[in-house]
Design a protein around this ligand. Structure first.
Ligand code: CA
Ligand code: CA
Length: 359
């Protein structure tokens, strides 16, 4: 980063420098993309040499974006607050820049209360520009958005109530922010990053499938972070506020996880013993533990193989956890599903059994 001689408050200069550098790179990238689009029109040959440069530029933009988000919250909020005329980037290098203000991210601010995405002015999120959710309030994504840019939760709550709300977007949560899945909703994201910004994911009484880019070990580490001392009240990592409330009332509940075998992983509200996370404990779960063949051995075990306390082994401690649930053949234990069943909900339990590996 360039360090201009401080003529005013140093922090302001730093932020301005980051802003301007960032906009310059973004403007350059736009110019290059437009140039390439023109070449594509003129030249039927597929583009070759520009791709490495574009990839480098994209990586630089991504890196700078992360740096800005991580280090300069004040700069971010100033951009949000500034009128469009102030945020117009230098476009000298972009000869045919499209009209309208260019911001490299879309800020959606919900200062307080709860707003749906339509109420916040975004009936559908699409395109490749990153979304940044700011403000202490809750933004509800209730549409099957096609956004491919990442979604960053800078503050407050981003609630996913649609199964495809962020299907093609990477969810990034910063400290103080919460990504939240609505109860009974099983939704998916293209990727999940809670580690960079030390953010929190709350699956409440639902679940989330991370479609790629995450190792099972990383996922389990995030679960352990959210689980904390067993109360599921961690302020970062992956937790379930519903499990936390039940554990506080001495009802054993947890966050289960599944390796779907296709590069995707699923985390969801679960009871110890529910190996396939279909919100019932029955003969299928017993069969999964037996099929795993790791019970009471030194072989590493996953949730579906009977490790319900995340120590990597399926043993008597896990069995004890299952016994205390008292749920064997007791039907659906997800309280929201039980409520829904009496209210004419046709499919109260989307469940995960169809997605879980058959063992
Ligand atoms: Ca089950
Ligand atoms: Ca265990």
């Amino acid at each position: 980063m360039n360090e201009p001689a401080p003529t005013g408050p140093a922090r302001e200069d730093d932020e301005a420098a980051v802003d301007s550098e960032w906009r310059k790179i973004e403007a350059q990238r736009i110019a290059e993309e437009q140039e390439e689009a023109r070449e594509d029109l003129l030249d039927p040959e597929p583009p070759r040499r520009r791709w490495p440069l574009l990839a480098l530029a994209a990586a630089l933009v991504a890196g700078l974006l992360a740096a800005v988000l991580l280090n300069s919250p004040a700069a971010v909020s100033r951009r949000t607050a500034a009128p469009p005329s102030d945020t117009a980037p230098p476009v000298e290098s972009a000869s045919i820049a499209p009209p309208g203000p260019e911001s490299a991210v879309i800020m959606i601010n919900v200062a307080s209360g709860t707003q749906t995405q339509a109420e916040a002015g975004y009936p559908l999120l699409s395109g490749s520009m990153p979304i940044v959710k700011t403000g202490a309030g809750t933004l509800v994504l209730d549409q099957a958005n096609t956004l491919t840019g990442s979604t960053v939760v800078q503050a407050g709550v981003l609630q996913l109530t649609n199964a495809a709300a962020l299907e093609s977007s990477r969810l990034v949560v910063m400290a103080g922010g919460t990504g939240q899945v609505a109860p009974l909703v099983i939704t998916s994201v293209a990727g999940l990053d809670l580690a960079t910004g030390d953010g929190l994911l709350d699956v409440t009484g639902g679940g989330l499938t991370v479609r790629g880019g995450m190792a099972a070990g990383e996922l389990v580490a995030e679960i352990l972070e959210g689980r904390g001392d067993g109360s599921w009240t961690g302020t970062s990592g992956i937790t379930s506020s519903m499990a936390a409330a039940e554990v506080a009332a001495s009802v054993p509940r947890a966050v289960g996880w599944l390796d779907n075998g296709d590069g995707s992983l699923t985390v969801a509200y679960a009871a110890p013993g529910d190996t396939n996370i279909d919100w019932t404990i029955d003969i299928l779960d017993v069969a999964n533990v037996l099929a795993g063949g790791t019970f009471d051995s030194v072989e590493p075990a996953t949730w579906i193989e009977g490790d319900f306390n995340y120590d990597g082994l399926a043993d008597i401690l896990d069995a004890a956890d299952v016994v205390t649930t008292n749920l064997h053949d007791a039907g659906i234990y997800n309280p929201r599903a039980q409520e829904g069943a009496g209210e004419g909900v046709t499919d109260p339990v989307p469940g995960l059994s169809s997605e879980s590996p058959e063992k």
